[in-house]
Design a protein around this ligand. Structure first.
Ligand code: ZN
Length: 877
């Protein structure tokens, strides 16, 4: 699974799910995590009737099981399923059973009419159940006047579509059929083997799958558009493989990019793993409400804007396509072929796929510079991981309520970087050999973290690497390495990173430390509090060579100046690491704000787009956190303009579609990122006027007036035109089936930063045409801007219950993070008081609230200590 970039940054916003109606309160005798090991499923046969325009679907499920001992009752899973008939065959006779759902997580029990003997039995269910309205279970959405249905099961939502033993440790074949309306397309994990008429409908029958866990099953039906092709044979796979792209009708002309580019990514992965694609075919499926993507075996699903690229799609969208498609397809081996035994090992699944997603995405199209995005994500994860409240990557999962919390920035951003760090330290060949050994040992089965570590140690023939892995995987927190020049070389020491004014328990790590001084580079394991690295080269010290280490660094001020002076020539990874560590030093109280401005200015000359604007984006966050009083805003804006306006003048800027299409993709991205800084943060009048004019023409029907890379900024400038502009854009967005347009327009309206527009939004946020995901986006925008934050927060508090109900259990785990842009010690206490009862009520979001309160308080402490310096800096300009 992979969440959209913005969502991952918030450590939040996972797929929405329908909140179960039954209470989440644990009942006596109800299993809280793993089911008792009383029965093993052997095979599922699932027949669904899916008429997406109806409120409910029907199912017939037969599950062959092996009972370990005679049983009168049996726990299993099923959520909000209305059973019409439950039968059981065992020991050559047939009987009945009573089915009872026991809690809101879908733990259920079967009570048999007699004691079943140990051994083989078949459970047979007839039932119906409601479709979800968001990406959870079997859900339906109306697009362009027609209804479609898809599934999203990870982590524990398969149980809302069919009864079963909904745990990743059970892998069995699934034989699925889907009965739906004539003319509809139906898909499932395996290939369709035939179809037959059935009472005015059509029954599509699919081949039995390879062994799969319940969460990787997928199917759907509707009047889909499809395009079909093949992935060409590779050294690992002798035959071409069938590939289809499937989506709703409004996307029918945007499917070619995905069809052409899926095969090459499959080929790169086969080459890495040394094994063919593990399943017989691959469908790449788009859904308008998927907030990311999901690696269902042979049937991946993606948010529409990830999979469907129009001609002239911007660099950022191509980057996301490459990274996310490679991530999901990497899971086909690492996750689907070899599956975690339980959710405590899901970190390895996601961390590895994250690392592969960036790596293979980069190999697919190097000029997009996808790889540096992994570091960006890791540094954002450090912001979360540096807090006192937190969790290690690898932690026990004891209850159903804990499962979804494992899918956060720590798992993806930190985990991916820890994998990268170990791979870089071992060297590609040894790491790859360990991965292949692991897959070959556990193909079509399950494996644990320890199994993976064992394969790695065997391939590396270096047991010390396990200590390094464990020190990052089993404890939370971010190391910071202090580096100083001495006569013997570099004196290095490690401690746990802490923000100014916070006390945090000490920790230590075994750090694969790679330092570069000029052209001299050295790597060693730092497993003590301090050491000397015998490196005496000339030039600036780069304490995180390549930027691949999951650690921050700290330097004496003179060394910071020397490193900052090298900004324009640092590699993307080193440039991102420098900006992150410098800002971390500021937040720890070690350096003053003038150094931040000096660095942003120097780094604006770095050729990599992500590095050139990183400092500006961080300076922009000072305004959104409320650090810049109104009186200082003009000087602050002038500063941002002075950093970036000359860059834009040198690049040239024309908002028309494709005007800069002949530029290198990263240069195109640099231009649109600089336009964003100038339009939003510097409030540059010329840039905003140009954007507003282009957006008005675009909305008037001239699709060539505004490039796709500028939709966010164009609409942002357009809505500053006042209430009629806001109302016009809102109407178009609410009625649109173009996901890219809709997301950009809703985002611009929510994030206007204007108090009057904010009030208008709150008057219209309950408009029936909006989806729950649109409301979340509007709220995120309101609470992200100082002028609308208080009003947005008040509304958020009033409607917290609705947000939980409409967006479900997964979003409920992260809702408190919407308040994390406040910056005050008092506000932190207020948020604690207001939200703690909600978190307790829903048993969701506790960690998110802990982190939010801490971030808001830490920011307030820092502002008290450093706010005056910061203001003096701008006032003095
Ligand atoms: Zn994933």
């Amino acid at each position: 699974m992979r969440f959209a970039v913005l969502a991952a940054a918030l450590a939040s916003a996972a797929p929405s799910a329908v909140m179960a109606a039954a209470p989440a309160q644990p009942a006596a005798g109800v299993p809280q995590g793993l089911l008792p090991d009383a029965a093993t499923p052997i095979a599922y046969r699932l027949d669904f009737t899916i008429l997406p325009d109806q409120p409910r679907f029907t199912g017939h499920a037969e599950i062959d099981i092996d009972l370990k001992a005679p049983a009168r009752s049996l726990f299993l899973h099923g959520r909000d399923l209305r059973m019409t008939k439950v039968a059981v065959k065992a020991g050559g006779t047939a009987g009945t059973a009573r089915y009872t759902q026991l809690d809101g997580f879908g733990v259920s029990r079967l009570d048999f009419d007699r004691t079943l003997p140990a051994g083989k039995a078949t459970l047979i269910f007839d039932y119906d159940a409601p479709y979800g309205d968001g990406p959870s279970g079997l859900y339906h959405i109306k697009v362009g006047g027609q209804w479609y249905a898809w599934t999203q099961f990870e982590s524990i939502d398969a149980r809302a579509a069919y009864p079963g033993f909904d745990q990743p440790g059970y892998k069995t074949p699934f034989t699925v059929s889907v009965t739906t309306r004539p003319g509809f397309t139906a898909y499932a994990n395996a290939a369709e083997t035939g179809s037959e008429a059935k009472g005015g409908l059509v029954k599509h029958v699919f081949a039995p799958t390879k062994p799969l866990p319940t969460y990787l099953v997928a199917f759907g039906a509707g009047p889909f558009a499809t395009v079909a092709g093949t992935a060409a044979p590779t050294p690992e796979r002798a035959r071409p493989m069938d590939v289809r792209v499937i989506g709703t009708q409004p996307n029918k002309d945007k499917m070619d990019f995905a069809l052409r580019n899926t095969g090459p990514i499959v080929g790169l992965l086969e080459n890495y793993f040394g094994r063919p694609f593990p399943f017989p075919k691959l469908d790449q499926i788009g859904s308008p409400v998927m907030p990311g993507a999901m690696e269902n075996a042979g049937a991946d699903t993606y948010g529409d804007t990830i999979l469907f690229l129009d001609t002239g799609a911007p660099t950022s969208q191509k980057k996301e396509f490459g990274m996310v498609v490679a991530h999901e397809l990497a899971h086909q081996w690492f996750g689907d072929l070899v599956t975690p035994k339980w959710w405590d090992d899901i970190w390895l699944n996601e961390s590895f796929a994250n690392w592969m997603g960036y790596r293979i995405g980069n190999a697919w199209q190097p000029d997009l510079k996808i790889n540096a995005g992994a570091l960006d994500e890791a540094f954002r994860a450090m912001t979360i991981d540096a807090l006192k409240a937190g969790r290690p990557i690898h932690q026990p999962i004891a209850t159903n309520g804990d499962i979804d919390a494992a899918f956060d920035a720590v798992t993806y951003g930190k985990g991916g970087q820890v994998v990268a760090m170990i791979a870089a330290y071992l060297g590609d060949e040894k790491f790859q050999a360990g991965v292949r050994l692991h897959l070959n040992r556990h193909a079509y089965g399950n494996a644990s973290t320890d199994d993976f570590f064992a394969a790695m140690a065997e391939a590396a023939q270096d047991p010390r690497v396990l200590g390094a892995l464990r020190s990052f995987v089993d404890q939370q927190g971010v190391p910071v390495v202090r580096v100083e020049r001495t006569a013997d070389g570099l004196a290095v020491s490690q401690k746990r990173y802490a923000m100014l004014g916070t006390d945090i328990a000490p920790e230590s790590w075994t750090i694969p430390l790679c330092i570069r001084v000029g052209d001299a580079r050295q790597c060693q394991l730092l497993d003590a509090a301090s050491a000397v690295v015998p490196l005496k080269g000339m030039g600036a010290i780069m304490p995180n060579a390549g930027g691949t280490g999951y650690y921050r660094f700290s330097l004496p001020e003179a060394e910071w100046h020397a490193l900052i002076a090298q900004s324009a020539s640092l590699s993307p990874g080193e440039a991102l690491a420098t900006t992150d560590s410098l800002w971390a030093a500021f937040r720890a109280g070690e350096v003053g704000p003038a150094l931040l401005v000096e660095a942003a200015k120097a780094m604006a000359g770095n050729p990599y787009s992500g590095a050139a604007t990183d400092g500006g984006d961080r300076l922009a966050s000072l305004r959104t956190r409320g650090w810049i009083p109104d009186a200082e805003l003009p000087a602050y804006r002038a500063l941002i303009a002075s950093l970036y306006a000359p860059k834009l003048a040198a690049l040239g800027f024309d908002p028309k579609a494709g005007a800069h299409a002949s530029d290198d993709p990263d240069r195109q991205k640099l231009r649109s990122d600089i336009v964003a800084l100038l339009a939003d943060t510097a409030q540059d009048r010329d840039v905003r006027a140009t954007l507003a004019r282009a957006a008005a023409a675009y909305l008037g029907g001239d699709r060539q007036a505004l490039d796709q890379s500028l939709l966010d900024e164009g609409f942002g400038a357009y809505v500053a035109g006042g209430e009629s502009a806001v109302a016009t854009l809102f109407d178009k967005a609410a009625g649109s089936d173009d996901s890219q347009f809709r997301e950009a327009a809703i985002g611009a309206i929510g994030g206007s930063g204007d108090a009057a527009t904010g009030r208008w939004v709150l008057d219209h946020i309950l408009d029936k045409r909006l989806r729950p995901s649109d409301r979340l986006s509007l709220l995120r925008g309101l609470m992200g801007e100082p002028a609308t934050r208080d009003a947005g927060y008040a509304w958020f508090l009033q409607h917290y219950d609705d947000f939980v109900k409409d967006n479900g259990i997964f979003v409920a785990s992260s809702l408190p993070a919407y308040a994390n842009s406040f910056c005050s010690v008092e506000k932190a206490a207020e948020i604690e008081t207001a939200l703690r009862p909600k978190v307790a009520q829903y048993k969701r979001g506790g960690l998110s609230l802990d982190r939010t309160v801490e971030q808001v308080r830490d920011c307030g402490i820092l502002q008290r200590a450093r706010g005056a310096d910061m203001q003096a800096l701008f006032a003095g300009r």
